[in-house]
Design a protein around this ligand. Sequence first.
Ligand code: MN3
Length: 205
Amino acid sequence: MAFELPPLPYPKNALASKGMCEETLELHHDKHHQAYVTALNGLVEKNPALQGKSLEEIIQMSYGKEDLTPVFNNAGQHWNHIQFWPMMSPQNGGRIPGALEKKLTEDFGGVQQFKEAFKTAGVGQFGSGWAWLILAKDGKLKVTKTPNGSNPLATGEGTALLGCDVWEHSYYLDFRNRRPDYIQNWLDNLANYEFAETQLKSARG
Ligand code: MN3
């Protein structure tokens, strides 16, 4: 079975009033994400060892393997974008529910400290990549960043609760070169903290 582009969980204009315009989502979802899916399917077709494997298995098999770099990049980006769309919310973007707020305060000292750490990670990612809020193996929330198509699943650092795409295609129409403003707005108005809290609860079992 070939991999497929999942539909966006909201209309393409749903985030426009919150700093992510319809054209951004049109290009980002229909063109960029689709391109990763198409490329991945082409690579799997040519490589019997990858056939019948799940996306997660392909990411883990190809991580750090030089001859599988294109497979890793496209599989990683497919996974990252599957995470990314529901990690934003038109209704509840920016609103942090109680259990998550408590955990952020325990592990970062407060919501503002968490946001600063996340912003620093995203701004500090040289070139393309992602900033993440993860539940690390030691049970603590941590902020990390990954280059290009990599992610916390590949690195084994922990469970992704939130991930912000800091590739230029994610923000250039709305924020031009101002990545710090894009990330600040993402944290304040777009991030789906309800989703993050659900991920946290299921990761804790
Ligand atoms: Mn992207």
